[in-house]
Design a protein around this ligand. Structure first.
Ligand SMILES: [Zn+2]
Length: 385
């Protein structure tokens, strides 16, 4: 393979890398090739306990939204550094047991993808823009008068379940990213479908200047459009805008994926359940069942009594919001909590968290944190006693 072929092969390889995105544990990605979004969780692919790689839609006209609830519990008293409930199957809650009262918090800010509290990195968001939004949300609580803080938390909770706002925000991001998707696709076809195959049969010696000029013209157009759209949607994310803009100006594979940087952080602050109801309605009911089971049965981490009290307070507020969300969809939360019909007539009990069935009458499900088994009624399989 000569230098000419190698260069285009390397560009194609870099584009393949651009299609990968790092997804922290505790976050959810909604991705679509065209219109129908699929909900995906960080799995095992190139992963560790912090997160894993997820493959984005291969072509630039696909869409991606990332949603990550803050991995902390919040109450009018303070912050417990523990997620309230898993948002993905087989997700393990990792908590350091720490608790900070609001009066002991001096500053909250973002640094790159990290959210810092009192100048200490507390967690990493999927992107710098998401970290900026998370820090802003916490700063609103920090600056609220002590006596009004519970109202502000409840207001933020209600806003995170606002179905209308989710729809408007998603539509706005999609709309602003549409032209970028078209230009990204044209650039993708130009480089990967035209120049790459031609590089193996033609010598570009006399036309390099035209190829470079045409590529720069496209990356410049994409960068200008990206800059405008990003500034309108994320006015406080100047650092990411500058870095990403410069990268896509000089590096065609990054420019092809410009739309992702417009849509991905757009639904920051919203809970995954109402987001799934808007983007992925075909599977949202089973997701609601999972969220309700986790809320009730996922074991709480070992923490101090102050942290446990904050986790409990946040969980109660979250439960109310989730039940309101289910009711708003026309579902009865009691029906959603019922176990499925027994898969085996020999089954006598089931785990209410993972729904595994057991032939014993009593016991615990150890993989779920020793959740007590519930009896199955064979004659009335849709009811738990
Ligand atoms: Zn289980």
């Amino acid at each position: 393979m000569g230098d000419q072929q190698s260069m285009f092969a390397i560009l194609a390889a870099f584009y393949a890398l651009e299609c990968l995105m790092w997804l922290p544990r505790g976050s959810v990605v909604f991705s679509a090739w065209f219109q129908h979004f699929a909900r995906r969780a960080p799995g095992e692919f190139l992963g560790n306990f912090r997160g894993a790689m997820v493959v984005r839609p291969i072509f630039p006209f696909g869409s991606v939204f990332q949603v990550m609830p803050m991995p902390i519990a919040i109450s009018p008293t303070g912050i417990a550094f523990s997620p309230v409930t898993p948002v993905n199957p087989e997700e393990v809650i990792i908590s350091n047991g720490e608790f900070l009262q609001w009066k002991d918090i001096n500053n909250i800010r973002s640094r790159g993808k990290a959210v810092q509290i009192n100048n200490i990195d507390r967690w990493k968001a999927p992107s710098p823009t998401i970290a900026v939004a998370m820090a802003a949300q916490l700063n609103t609580l920090l600056s609220a008068p002590e006596e009004a803080r519970d109202d502000v938390i409840q207001q933020q909770m209600a806003e995170s379940f606002d179905a209308k706002a989710i729809g408007q925000r998603a539509d706005e991001a999609q709309s602003k990213g549409r032209t970028l998707a078209v230009l990204g696709t044209i650039l993708f076809v130009f480089v990967n479908c035209a120049l790459l195959p031609m590089a193996f049969s033609l010598a570009f010696t006399d036309v390099w200047i035209w190829i470079i000029g045409a590529t720069l013209l496209q990356t410049t157009s994409i960068t200008i459009l990206f800059w405008r759209a990003h500034k309108q949607l994320y006015p406080h994310s100047g650092d990411e805008r500058f870095t990403a803009g410069l990268t896509m100006l000089l590096f065609a594979p990054a420019a092809m994926r410009a739309k992702d940087l417009i849509t991905a952080p757009a639904l920051t602050g919203f809970h995954p359940l109402p987001t799934a109801a808007h983007l992925s309605p075909r599977t949202v009911k089973s997701y609601a069942r999972f969220i309700l089971r986790e809320l009730k049965w996922a074991p709480s981490p070992q923490t101090s009594s102050e942290a446990a009290s904050t986790i409990r307070w946040h969980k109660e507020e979250l439960s109310l919001a989730i039940i309101r969300c289910c009711t708003g969809q026309g579902w009865d939360p009691v029906d959603l909590a019922k176990p499925p019909p027994p898969a085996d007539p020999e089954s006598r009990s089931y785990c209410p968290r993972c729904l595994s069935e057991f032939v014993t009458e009593t016991g615990n499900c150890s993989p779920c944190g020793n959740v007590k088994l519930q009896p199955l009624v064979i004659d009335a399989p849709n009811q738990s006693t």
